[in-house]
Design a protein around this ligand. Structure first.
Ligand code: NDP
Length: 448
């Protein structure tokens, strides 16, 4: 069958089978379109039904998560774990706790994770999970009881050789601690490699907290260097003020950039003097408050309601680090009118397909999520290595490995883009580079 027809037919069948799962359709569409030139060169992938198989999760789990709030009321949330592809290693991917979580969102994230994990060069398959539980405003006790209930069901399906969850939106060190404690209690075993993002005193890795943000900056730095530029003196805007955003800001500042804005889901702050990261960390990591608090400490700074307004600020480099579809076509155009030269996706699928096209057509250096934010999962895999060795590397050792991994992702992305006739298109390059390793492993392992 003709490659284009094969891809279109498989995409239509996937849409019918997963009716209404719009985020999942969006993620699949982007990857599938990039792969047409691959199928033209490699009919064996068509003959072995690689695309039909890769788009169907190996296993999908949905379960009830009952818990009791501080007032004694019974609450029920829905838990998810999508074990998408284990061709190159155990399923690996974060857990998201956010009221918007549904099957479509977890499937889009799990699908992306297959290719991202492959790009890291490390032996990890793709998976993702989470719940529609809203951690905002919950007490520590409520968070703990929710995590314990969630793990009571999830523990049946995970393990260091099977599926290794980590954090994502709403899941940081505190939540991983509660999840790990409950897993250990239920299984009566100290299986450190079952979760990543653990605390440093019980099997965590140095640099895991910083990894996604730092990795994003390492990747964007490679893109800039490839065109004879650097972060030095560049004006940078970062959406979000969570784990990815904070450490992206930190590394960008270390490389000489001036970060002038960041946000949360309520609004954004603009500080023409450059964001003071200690204040942001205090508000977000310690006090768990809203970003609006920043203007109490910095009188020159401005706060604006409506977080998407952040894309109207004039900047050289834009780093969306909050959530999916946070930059649309119109916002992409405004960024270009204001002179943006590079966009690096710290969040997963933060740009709509139309926005991506606007960036690519206008020659913006565009680092797609599965390449640019792969640093988090890469250091998670390094955490698994350290757990297996029962040994830990220093901050510098892990950071150097992370930096090398991000450089290699950039090199492979550029190489694949060129090889398949899409020079400077890192979307196509990353999709192809990630796909080839998984597809070849699937070919080698037969029809499973
Ligand atoms: P956090 O929960 O630490 O922070 C998320 C940030 O984004 C917060 O500032 C939050 O604001 C904001 N945000 C969340 N949802 C929305 C929304 N619907 N609209 C606007 N703002 C929103 O999450 P992370 O930093 O870990 O994750 C951010 C992104 O990075 C996600 O897309 C995640 O999938 C991706 N990612 C994370 C990795 C990791 O290692 N943590 C690895 C790779 C990708 P508020 O506090 O108001 O909710």
């Amino acid at each position: 069958m003709n490659a284009k027809k094969y891809v279109e037919k498989t995409f239509e069948e996937m849409k019918q089978r997963n009716d209404g799962q719009i985020e999942f359709h969006q993620a699949v569409e982007e990857v599938f379109k990039s792969l047409i030139p691959v199928f033209e060169k490699h009919p064996e992938y068509i003959e072995n039904g690689i695309l039909e198989r890769i788009v169907e999760p190996e296993r999908q789990l949905m379960f009830r998560v009952p818990w009791v709030d501080d007032n004694g009321n019974v609450k029920v949330n829905r838990g998810f774990r999508i074990q998408f592809n284990s061709a190159i290693g155990p399923y690996k991917g974060g857990l998201r706790l956010h009221p918007t979580v549904n099957l479509s969102i977890i499937k889009f994230l799990g699908f992306e994770q297959i290719f991202k994990n492959s790009l890291t060069g490390l032996p990890i398959g793709g998976g993702k999970g989470g719940s529609d539980f809203d951690p905002k405003g919950k007490s520590d006790g409520e968070i703990m009881r929710f995590c314990q209930s969630f793990m009571t069901e999830l523990c049946k399906y995970i393990g260091q050789y099977m599926d290794v969850p980590a954090g994502d939106i709403g899941v940081g060190g505190r939540e991983i601690g509660y999840l790990f404690g409950q897993y250990k209690r239920l299984k009566s075993t100290y299986e450190a490699g079952v979760l990543t993002g653990k605390g440093l005193n019980y099997g965590g890795s140095l640099v895991r907290k910083e990894a996604t943000g730092y990795g994003l900056i390492y990747f964007v730095d490679e893109m800039l260097k490839g065109k004879g530029m650097s972060f030095k003196d560049k004006k940078v805007v970062v959406s979000g003020s969570g784990n990815v955003a904070i450490y992206a800001m930190e590394k960008a500042q270390q490389l000489g950039a001036k970060v002038i804005a960041c946000s949360d889901s309520n609004g954004y702050i603009y500080d023409k003097n450059g964001i003071d990261l200690d204040t942001v960390k205090k508000i977000k990591e310690v006090e768990r408050k809203r970003i609006k608090e920043y203007i109490k400490y910095h009188k020159d700074a401005e706060y604006h309601e409506e977080h998407r307004g952040i894309w109207t600020i004039q900047c050289d480099i834009a780093l969306p680090c909050a959530t999916q579809n946070e930059i649309n076509e119109q916002e992409a155009k405004v960024l270009i009118e204001n002179g943006v030269i590079a966009v690096g996706e710290g969040a997963n699928m933060p740009s709509t397909l139309d926005a991506v096209n606007v960036f690519l057509q206008n020659g913006v250096l565009f680092g797609p999520a599965k390449a640019a934010n792969a640093g988090g999962v890469a250091v998670s895999a390094l955490e698994m290595s350290q757990n297996s060795m029962r040994y830990s590397w220093t901050f510098e050792e892990v950071d150097e490995r992370l930096n090398n991994i991000m450089k290699n992702i950039y090199i492979n992305t550029v190489k694949c883009a060129e090889e398949y006739g899409y020079k400077d298109n890192y979307v196509v390059g990353a999709n192809i580079a990630g796909f080839l390793k998984v597809a070849d492993a699937m070919l080698a392992q037969g029809i499973v």
